[in-house]
Design a protein around this ligand. Structure first.
Ligand code: 5GP
Ligand code: ZN
Length: 107
């Protein structure tokens, strides 16, 4: 839990979010400003500020995140979709707690 981190606060249930999946390692919730019909954020519970800070120790966690992302996409009946990670301020990152965007393709 990192002070002033909005996603840590969502993980700690200090601020609300529409949670679609949660286990001991990750949480997934709806983006508050969706840019697609389905726009979910897949977030590790461990506070990793940015993709640039991942290490070999995070391999199991990141693998788990990806497998669960695939399952969450299936549960939302998404066939084609977009996965993205904004990395750093100039990469468009606004929230400095690692997250994967899962966005449905336009239909
Ligand atoms: P980034 O630009 O860092 O890759 O994406 C951050 C995303 O988090 C944005 O799409 C933004 O709409 C979303 N977001 C920011 N604050 C909140 C919040 O308090 N709740 C939820 N559910 N999403 C948020
Ligand atoms: Zn955090």
């Amino acid at each position: 839990m990192v002070d002033n981190c909005i996603f840590c606060k969502i993980i700690a249930k200090q601020i609300p979010a529409t949670i679609v999946f949660e286990d001991e390692q990750i949480i997934a919730f709806k983006d508050i400003h969706p840019k697609a019909k389905v726009h979910l954020l897949i977030v590790p519970k461990k506070h990793i500020a940015t993709f640039k800070e991942i290490s070999a120790n995070d391999g199991d966690l990141l693998g788990h995140m990806l497998i669960k992302t695939k399952e969450i996409a299936e549960e939302h009946h998404l066939n084609d979709y977009k996965l993205s990670v904004n990395v750093g301020q100039h990469g468009g990152q606004e929230v400095f707690h690692l997250h994967l965007h899962l966005m449905s393709a336009p239909n």
